[in-house]
Design a protein. Structure first.
Lengths: 352, 387
């Protein structure tokens, strides 16, 4: 199987309201920076382009079409799109390279969530006949999940506050973070309840922004001559949509994906987990069997800023950054989709 | 080199205005089960599911793969959701094929659908956007001026579109799954139907359909052992260009020409009219047949309409290169599925399994889809023989 190298990654700042900036204007700076990082001019210089976005965030059908305007797609390019987090656009791009139809790919994800009411909007992701008409928002569903864990004694509110505290402190070293600060667990516990048992700090913020990545075959990466990291495994797995039919306190699909991606829990220096709620980071850490010495979400994770449709790709990019900087040798990145961690993707990265 | 892959199972629903008897999940499952039966396989034989549909705003379900995983037997497996505008059905088939061609999967299921009776496409396509001109036009209003430009450039007679509308409905009458069943349609009837978007008359436009299409794509080893004759994938290509740019030719877009050249090269096609036995091409408005005949290299620029008028694309007139023997998009349009139906119908032809709309001895066929402002293209060539 052809080895895949990550050669470049760039992300925008995570901001609570990008104002009048439209989606193309949000993508453009990130694309320019990632092209510059690799030393190429535009999408003409890669073999394939794939993006991830969601029409419902923009409130228009075909929201991604304008994205093509940001690419310099004249003459026409090989391009595709997933209505999923861009981590899955990376997955599609890897298929394209492995089948020999491209030697490199640009992947980008973007979301401007601020104009809408994101938790309520996401209620329309549920079964359209039985659940969506109830308008159960994504925070309420996560609160039910956290409540199950607390009631079963699997976690305490203190454990959740620890996750938040570590996120805020780690994010102090992340220039793109939206929420950062020297916050102690007790400071979190002192906050009032928002949607019991979740405090506002247990919930990722609503953010606007974009991220972009360039991958290539190892041969192409060497030709470009830039530092790269290797994707040694990537896999994903979905579970039933019926929340009552799965154990919400565990994430079986994450474990399955990690196993199929070839993750060795003993060899994970760093893990970036897409956990939009504090208790979900604990579910994921346990599902993956991560060792105590694994660095978890050193970027602050998505509790520090959640770029819908790009956060999963950004987790992979964060691990890439730490590997090429020499900080770590290997790591894993996780992406999620659907209510209460329904669909999960795991990427295993190694030093070249 | 890509690994070999082939279509080993095809399933479709009957296309119609309203499938009130099934939910969205029931609709996609029906197509998937039909494909499994066609391939003599069960859910356990499937390694991943690749789902495609047009915008989520049509039915109002965000990222419906999360809801449809149960109906598609995907729990515990990878699920990917493709969305590339109107070309999505074709792109989805290509992404599904890439799962196998990459060597990462042995056998996958791909499904695409639209349930237009539970959606409002006109509304979803016409939402006003900040900083943009509000076009309350839908697809027909968008394409009508481009068609008028084609008519001006080519000096085609006014009734070419009418001829296509009749031809595809006569083809559709041979296909029991086709939505519109009009075996007695006449040129006069089409001409007298009311004008929707000049020059597109009501009967020159596609219908609104509910429906789903599914295919099972397998690797060489499994395709060799398939219970029915496989359709071997001989070439795959995608191209995109921006909606607008200086000098863009909207009548004969570069992305379409490049995509065709790419897929022909892979399949060893030098003269598409001669080398291919038939084609399933995305023609949602009648005039797009002559336009795509030129864009896809079946005729020189400005002369596509002559093939149509000669009957070259008609099964009933014994044409040498029948287009849209299934009745095409003009006979059934479950939007998100329409591209995949083209790809699947091309595969049916080379499997010799197209029933009353079979092209005798078809060995090589083109499947084509386009979307957006005629800017996204997906194509494949399938053959009866292993390459």
């Amino acid at each position: 199987m052809k080895e895949i190298a990550i050669v470049g990654f760039q992300q925008s700042d995570s901001v609570s309201d990008a104002g009048a900036v439209n989606e193309v204007e949000m993508i453009m700076p990130v694309l320019s920076r990632v092209f510059q990082q690799v030393g190429i001019n535009n999408a003409q210089d890669v073999g394939f382009v794939c993006s991830g976005s969601c029409d419902y965030l923009q409130g228009a059908a075909f929201a991604f079409v304008a994205g093509v305007d940001a690419l310099g797609a004249v003459p026409p390019i090989k391009e595709s799109h997933v209505e999923m987090d861009a981590a899955w656009a990376l997955y599609e791009s890897i298929l394209k390279i492995r089948m020999g139809h491209a030697d490199s790919a640009l992947i980008y994800g973007f979301g401007k969530s601020s104009p809408g009411e994101l938790p309520i909007v996401m209620s329309q992701q549920l079964d359209p006949y039985y659940l969506a008409p109830l308008w159960v928002d994504s925070i309420s569903l996560a609160a039910l999940q956290a409540r199950l864990m607390l009631d079963q004694g699997l976690i305490t509110e203190g454990d959740m506050a620890e996750v938040v505290s570590r996120s805020r402190r780690n994010a102090m070293n992340n220039p793109h973070a939206q929420l950062a600060g020297d916050v102690a667990p007790d400071d979190v516990l002192a906050q009032e309840m928002y949607l019991s048992p979740l405090r506002k700090a247990d919930i990722c913020p609503v953010s606007d922004g974009a991220s972009a990545m360039i991958i290539a075959t190892v041969e192409k990466a060497k030709e470009w001559g830039m530092p790269y990291a290797i994707i040694s495994g990537i896999d994903h797995c979905i579970e039933t949509h019926n929340l009552g039919m799965r154990d919400l306190t565990d994430s079986v699909s994450t474990r399955t994906a990690a196993k199929r991606a070839g993750m060795d829990a003993g060899k994970v220096d760093v893990a970036e987990l897409y956990a939009p709620f504090s208790h979900q980071e604990i579910i994921l850490t346990r599902a993956l069997g991560l060792a105590d010495d694994t660095l978890i979400n050193p970027s602050g994770g998505v509790l520090a800023g959640n770029l819908m449709m790009a956060s999963g790709l950004s987790r992979i990019g964060e691990v890439f950054n730490r590997i090429v900087s020499g900080e770590v040798q290997c790591g894993i990145a996780h992406a999620t989709s659907g209510p209460c961690l329904q669909h999960n993707l795991v990427t295993v990265l190694e030093k070249a | 080199m890509a690994n070999l892959a082939a279509v080993v199972g095809i399933g479709q629903t009957k296309y119609m205005t309203k499938r009130l008897d099934v939910s969205i999940a029931g609709l996609v499952r029906e197509a998937a089960v039909n494909a499994l039966q066609d391939a003599d396989l069960t859910w356990d034989d499937i390694d991943a599911v690749i789902l495609g549909k047009a915008p989520d705003m049509f039915e109002g379900v965000i990222m419906p793969e999360t809801y449809l995983t149960d109906a598609l037997g995907c729990n515990g497996k990878p699920m990917l959701r493709v969305h590339t505008a109107g070309s999505v059905g074709g792109s989805t088939a290509l992404v599904a094929a890439s799962h196998v061609q990459s060597g990462m999967f042995k056998r996958v299921l791909t499904v695409s659908f639209e349930k237009q009776s539970e959606s409002n496409a006109m509304w979803a396509l016409s939402n006003p956007q900040p900083f943009s001109t509000h076009l309350n036009a839908g697809a027909g209003g968008y394409f009508a001026p481009i068609i008028r430009e084609y008519m001006r450039r080519s000096n085609a007679p006014y009734d070419v579109g009418i001829k296509v509308a009749v031809k595809d409905r006569l083809h559709g009458a041979r296909n029991p799954l086709a939505h519109l069943q009009k075996p007695d349609i006449t040129m006069q009837e089409v001409e007298e139907s009311f004008m929707l978007w000049d020059p597109i008359r009501f009967l020159e436009a596609c219908p609104s359909s509910d429906g789903a299409c599914a295919m099972i794509i397998a690797n060489e080893e499994l395709a060799d052992k398939a219970s029915k004759k496989p359709a071997w994938i001989r070439g795959v290509a995608m191209r995109s260009e921006p909606t607008m740019y200086a000098g863009r030719d909207e009548v004969n877009p570069q992305a379409g020409r490049d995509c065709a050249a790419d897929v022909y090269k892979q399949a060893g096609i030098t003269n598409p009219r001669k080398d291919l036995d038939c084609a399933e091409v995305y023609v949602p408005f009648s005039w797009y047949e002559p336009m795509w005949l030129e864009n896809l290299g079946f005729a020189p620029e400005g002369e596509g309409w002559k093939l149509t008028m000669e009957g070259a694309t008609s099964l009933d007139e014994g044409g040498d290169i029948p287009w849209n023997c299934s009745g095409g998009v003009l006979s059934s349009n479950a939007i998100g599925a329409s591209g995949m139906i083209r790809f699947a119908e091309a595969a049916r032809q080379v499997r010799g399994d197209a029933g009353d709309h079979q092209v005798e001895g078809a060995k090589l066929a083109l499947g084509h889809a386009y979307g957006g402002g005629a800017q996204f293209y997906a194509m494949w060539v399938v053959g009866s023989e292993k390459p």
